[in-house]
Ligand binder design. Structure first.
Ligand code: FAD
Length: 457
């Protein structure tokens, strides 16, 4: 670094002024959702540009002065990707413009700092749907969603964030604003650089704006919830929905340990516990009525409880509850270490039971829930973040989880990315030649290694 860390803030202020450079580093900019496992970073300055051009100027300055920089969206990531290790935090929160919204053309262009909820709301107000629905929509930003290729319950039918991105404007080293793709729906002219930026966790470039494709909003939606007496019978119900060939929109599960911890806030009284299956269907009113009845039939065999809310208020309450599960389970100890492993659908039951067994081996309460249709678990160990011994045991337990995912032919991450917390884990699932390409791509985009150093390795 050609600028001493201690004078970084001062030098940045001399160049960009008080408007862009914060005084001191507020603790908020040093953590993300991994705070629940006690993770805090270090930084020397926080810069909040207002335009894409200002982002380019800041990146150019950092590149010229050898200063590492960590792009930051809403700070809701679960992999510590936005937790800085040193240098400059570059927050995208002021890039809030909806640059264009063309309902008749099913598309919009939004700046990186627009929240996920706002993107979905703006689409909805025009009769359209932006389907990706990660859980922290009020706080997470579209730039962060693209940078982590976020999923969510409805990714089962609609795919993940990247499937809805047709173009990206980003600042790449050494500080150039580039556009790949745009308001077009097809593009095979070059290597798919936009897809490389999707899920790159701030290590290849800083996303300033994205073009999103939209789809007409379905006329009706109808969730169906069922409870089953154990993991294996619950997984049979999931397999029965999948095997029935019904084009359901979401296929979720919550294991009995999760249901027990989150039951109090369920929108209607839960008469009993068990393994929960949550299926959502959407489409025209007639189609939804038919699908709902068929889903009912597919899950009802051996089920202990069935609930199919019909009013908009009840349906909204159900999804609010589902979004809050991650926070609800953490109340018991104040924190959690939660990993988003993926396994083939037919190994889901095994992975759910093994999560509990791993927790027991490390003397930690465990539970899991997740996107069953995508084989994506949120395997969770409850910890008190103020007890380093518990956090260390949970990290050892996570190593066993990653082993399990690799052994079952899965992935160490389906949604949250490698970030800081899964450093080195890619080795479990990729051959050396593939890892070498991964490193070569990083070096091509960021030869000085200044973009989010220490992450996605
Ligand atoms: C309650 C809760 C529920 C969640 N549910 C889901 C879910 O259902 N599905 C799912 O996939 N995820 C989920 N997540 C995690 C998910 O990764 C984030 O919610 C979201 O996608 C991250 O967006 P963010 O703006 O908060 O990014 P941040 O946490 O700020 O950053 C995440 C990563 O992206 C990089 N980054 C951010 N913005 C940019 C940018 N403009 N340019 C380049 N890099 C950037 C950062 O450097 C970092 O590496 C959940 C999180 C919480 C707290």
């Amino acid at each position: 670094v050609s600028v001493a860390p201690a004078s970084l803030e001062q030098e940045l202020r001399a160049r960009f002024g008080d408007e862009l450079v914060l005084r001191g580093v507020p603790p908020l900019y040093l953590s993300d959702a991994t705070e629940a496992r006690g993770l805090h970073g270090n930084a020397d300055a926080v810069v909040l540009p207002r335009t894409a051009e200002e982002v380019a100027d800041v990146v150019a300055w950092c590149y010229e002065h050898g200063a590492p920089l960590t792009p930051r969206g809403g700070g809701t990531g679960f992999a510590g990707g936005a937790v800085p290790l040193e240098g400059v935090v570059l927050g995208l929160e002021r890039l809030k413009a909806v640059r264009s919204l063309d309902p008749e053309l099913w598309r919009m262009e939004v700046e990186a700092g627009v929240t996920t909820l706002d993107v979905r709301r703006r689409a909805r107000e025009s009769g359209l749907l932006f389907p990706p629905d990660p859980g922290a929509a009020e706080q997470s930003q579209i730039g962060g969603n693209v940078a982590t290729n976020a999923g969510g319950p409805h990714a089962f039918k609609y795919g993940v964030t990247g499937d809805w991105v047709t173009g990206i404007e980003a600042v790449v080293a050494p500080g150039e604003l580039v556009q790949v793709g745009g308001a077009i729906r097809k593009d095979v002219a070059g290597y798919d650089l936009a897809s490389l930026l999707v899920g790159s966790e701030g290590t290849l470039g800083v996303i300033t704006s994205v073009w999103l494709r939209l789809t007409p909003a379905p006329e009706a939606v109808a969730p169906v919830v069922s409870l089953h007496d154990g993991t294996m019978s619950g997984c049979e119900a999931l397999a029965s929905v999948l095997g029935s060939g019904l084009p359901v929109a979401a296929l979720e599960y919550l294991d009995p340990e999760t249901v027990r911890r989150a039951a109090d806030a369920f929108p209607v009284p839960l008469e009993r516990g068990g393994f929960m299956v949550l299926v959502d269907v959407d489409g025209s009113t007639e189609e939804v009525a038919r699908l709902r009845a068929e889903v009912h039939e597919a899950v009802s065999e051996g089920s202990l409880f069935l609930w199919a809310p019909e009013s908009a208020a009840e349906i909204a309450a159900l999804w609010r509850w589902r979004d809050g599960v991650s926070i609800a389970v953490q109340v018991e100890r104040g924190g959690k270490v939660s990993e988003d492993i993926v396994v083939p659908f037919d190994r889901l039951g095994e992975a759910i039971e093994e999560t509990l067994a791993i927790g027991a081996r490390h003397d930690l309460p465990a539970c899991s829930w997740g996107h069953a249709g995508d084989g994506n678990l949120h395997s969770t160990f409850l910890v008190d973040p103020g007890e380093p011994a518990q956090v260390a045991r949970a990290e050892a337990a996570s190593e066993e989880l990653f082993d399990l995912a690799a052994r079952l032919g899965g992935s160490v991450s389906g949604e949250h990315g490698l970030g800081l917390v899964k450093g080195g884990q890619l080795r479990r699932q990729w051959a050396p030649a593939a890892l070498a390409l991964h490193d070569a791509i990083k070096a091509a985009f960021d030869p000085a290694g200044l973009l989010n150093p220490g992450k996605k390795r």
